[in-house]
Design a binder for this molecule. Sequence first.
Ligand SMILES: [Cu+2]
Length: 171
Amino acid sequence: MKLKALITAVALATTTLCALAHDAVEVQNAWARATVKGQMATGAFMTLTADAGATLVGASSPVAGVAQVHEMKMEGGVMKMAEVKGGLNLPAGKAVELKPGGYHVMLMDLKEPLMKGASVPVTLIFKDAKGAEIKQELNLPVAMSAPGSAAKPAAMDHSMHNMHGDKPVTK
Ligand SMILES: [Cu+2]
């Protein structure tokens, strides 16, 4: 057991070093949406650029029982979202935006409310071009809308929360 843990640690350290050397995924404009009392799920958003190409295969956070990579799209006139099967492809050198109404990291089974102005640790799990796992730890600012944008949250964000069984968000 101990030996296995050690091997895992060494393997992780090795992939991290490789990641820093040439496969790092650049994360920009990352943030997580603040929640209201009783709300059990929220989204995290960011722009990802993988110089050598990568796939965002998962995420984790100490504040969420479950974290998944989600996609939101129109289906028969209804906005639906689901886990991105096989992960979100990040083509080499291309910025991929995770934003309200599109791709996002869904934080579910929240253990505590996300307060505006606080920060939340989120670990992103990538597979690099060679299939090796890379973990990237982030500390996301919690806000009501994308930092630096005056845009109001889109109406579709509300349905997103409802789909996870939360109370309707009222204005
Ligand atoms: Cu979602």
